[in-house]
Design a binder for this molecule. Structure first.
Ligand SMILES: [Zn+2]
Length: 352
């Protein structure tokens, strides 16, 4: 397929996905569960095919071929040729950017679909009514909805012990729209998003992979010899004993180092993004549905609330003469300091 046609095709497909909303209504009924699973599974296959075509056309490194227009020495290039080249480069850059963006979205969509499918796979399974063999949804589909005992009647079961949360599925960036979803987060949503990302990025406590030592020992002629030694993790508790066995009881350990593996909880940035966005957006929706009733219960002094709102409103719309209107950072910090000052006067806030 021609390059620009592939970009258009991918964009169109992602748009189709974004227009097709996910419903979890009566998801514990098999027909609904299966419909959703098959839909996500089909889409994942399509997305992976798209990604493969893009990989084959070099979408991962779209800027590399720019170099071939810059190989001539400057003196050899005529003015006409140069402007021709720069026009060409500009167009090329635009196309390369489009490729990079669409590939980025396809990758994000693939991971979002994998997460959604994983949650469904953990949640529901099938049991043959005749031989009681259990099937995950993927096995069930692979087998053509038929048991290996040749029966075709199954009971649908929900796994009560496994870990899954189907509620996040509608909030996943299924159309690769993670940037859009991020921009829609509320102020507290953005803060939570950063926190969740940091948790997922955190390194697990590393396991010791190897132990390296610098030792000194006497050889058979009684000379002191210095040597670097590497031991496997199995010697973590008896490395001293081990080197003594190998190099004699006079051995001295001069340097000791433990090398650890440092795997992050989740290595893939698209997966981290998708998980963080979906959990935060899901939580945001819960909060907005209960916010009013909580405020109603907790707030009683409406005079103070009105005063609070009035002060915020006053400064959030004020631009003092000594600050330029476009200096957003400066403006915001001035506004915040004025608001804080007024609140302090009214004892609306304390030092904490
Ligand atoms: Zn069976």
């Amino acid at each position: 397929m021609e390059e620009s046609a592939l970009v258009a095709k991918a964009e169109k497909y992602l748009k189709e996905i974004s227009n097709d909303s996910i419903s979890l209504d009566n998801i514990d009924e098999f027909e609904n569960f299966k419909r959703l699973y098959y839909k996500l599974d089909d889409r994942l296959n399509n997305l992976q095919e798209l990604k493969e075509s893009m990989d084959a056309q070099g979408y991962t490194t779209p800027f590399t071929s720019l170099n071939k227009y810059g190989t001539k020495a400057i003196a050899e290039v005529s003015l006409e040729e140069m402007s021709e080249n720069s026009r060409h480069n500009q167009m090329f850059r635009m196309k390369a950017n489009a490729k990079k963006n669409v590939l980025d979205r396809v990758k994000s969509a693939i991971d979002a679909h994998k997460i959604a499918i994983g949650h469904l796979e953990q949640c529901g399974y099938l049991k043959c009514d005749s031989c009681y063999k259990k099937y995950s949804l993927s096995e069930f589909r692979l087998k053509g909805e038929k048991c290996s005992c040749s029966h075709e009647n199954f009971s649908f079961k929900i796994n009560r012990d496994a870990t899954y949360r189907l509620e996040i599925i509608p909030y996943l960036p299924l159309s690769g729209n993670y940037l859009v979803l991020m921009s829609e987060l509320s102020g507290y949503g953005r803060n939570s998003f950063k926190k969740v990302l940091n948790i997922l990025k955190q390194e697990r406590k590393g396991l010791v992979k190897t132990i390296s030592l610098v030792i000194r020992f006497r050889d058979e002629n009684g000379r002191w010899i210095r040597k670097n030694v590497t031991l496997d993790s199995e010697y973590i508790n008896n490395y001293e004993e081990e080197v003594r066995n190998r190099y004699g009881k006079d051995v001295r350990i001069e340097v000791l180092r433990f090398h650890r593996t440092k795997p992050a909880i989740i290595d893939d940035k698209y997966v981290r993004n998708a998980l963080a966005i979906s959990y935060v957006k899901y939580s945001e929706d819960i909060i907005s549905s209960i916010k009013d009733s909580i405020l109603k219960r907790k707030l009683s002094d409406f005079k103070r609330i009105n005063k609070y709102d009035a002060i915020r409103y006053k400064y959030e719309n004020e631009i003092p003469g000594f600050i330029e209107e476009y200096d957003i950072g400066e403006l915001e910090s001035w506004r915040q300091s004025k608001i804080t000052e007024e609140f302090e006067k009214l004892h609306f806030i304390d030092e904490f």
